[in-house]
Ligand binder design. Structure first.
Ligand SMILES: [Zn+2]
Length: 174
């Protein structure tokens, strides 16, 4: 797994001068690009012939309070933080979930990927955002048993940045 540098907005590719915030994995770098959080500013050819980013620049400048202290900020674990990490999106059907949805089926719940009844823990890697409908359908089964594929992999966020109006959770590689 490669390491990708994440620079604040304002990185100068000509001189390589910029505000390095932290590093992340290639997989999460692609996720940030997809979500429009960052643009690639340096690329390389990987051994498997894929072109992968080695440096990203955030598309919006981080506010000072979040950058202070080297940009590092621990994210406290909570069910709400799981929803923030997953952008309030159901990991199974991809629909938006919320605490007070117009449709009851879209109520935000957290799903234990490995059910609690089978020893699953309440942890970053075992929880995903899910709508009430999918959560009920999955019940006490694993995604494989239920035939319900995860649309994204849960991860353990280590750093949070406020990007525009929302909190962007950016995992540190490692
Ligand atoms: Zn769903």
């Amino acid at each position: 797994m490669g390491i990708v540098k994440v620079y604040n907005k304002g990185y100068d590719p000509g001189t390589g001068i910029g505000e390095l915030l932290h590093t992340t994995s290639v997989r999460h770098a692609f996720g940030m690009i997809r979500r429009g959080v960052a643009d690639p500013v340096e690329l390389m050819l990987a051994p498997d012939d894929r072109i992968v980013p080695t440096a990203l620049e955030l598309t919006r400048e981080l506010s000072g309070a979040w950058v202070e202290g080297g940009g590092q900020r621990s994210v406290g674990f909570s069910f709400r933080a799981v929803h923030e990490r997953d952008h309030w999106t159901c990991a199974y059907c991809g629909r938006s979930v919320s605490k007070s949805p117009a449709i009851e089926a879209l109520l935000a719940t957290v799903d234990h990927i490995m059910p609690v009844s089978r020893g699953g823990e309440s942890s970053w890697l075992n929880l995903v955002s899910a709508c009430k409908e999918c959560n009920n359908r999955k019940a006490d089964r694993t995604p494989e048993e239920a035939g319900m594929a995860l649309r994204f992999e849960p991860y353990d966020p280590a750093v949070a940045y406020r990007v525009g109006g929302h909190v962007e959770l950016i995992p540190v590689a490692g």
